[in-house]
Design a protein around this ligand. Sequence first.
Ligand SMILES: [Zn+2]
Length: 85
Amino acid sequence: MGLCPCCKEYGDVWEVVFRSLNDRRGVMCFECDTVWDSIADAPDPAYSDFETLMKEHGFVADWKLATKLRQVSQTPPEASSPTSS
Ligand SMILES: [Zn+2]
């Protein structure tokens, strides 16, 4: 199963904060600009892309306002792994 519903197997997928949308969190593929809500869920069939999302909210798409939090890897991190301190 690929991370990005658009790229399928590949894709540069990141958890992001949309700063122009009151710091709304989301997931975005920087390869094809597809955005969706959560990595925990399968992307909504009605997933959007960054430019459309911004337009819906009356903004011009500005990639500088999508802050990368962390890259989403294909294999999720172990939930129980101890954090290094
Ligand atoms: Zn993609």
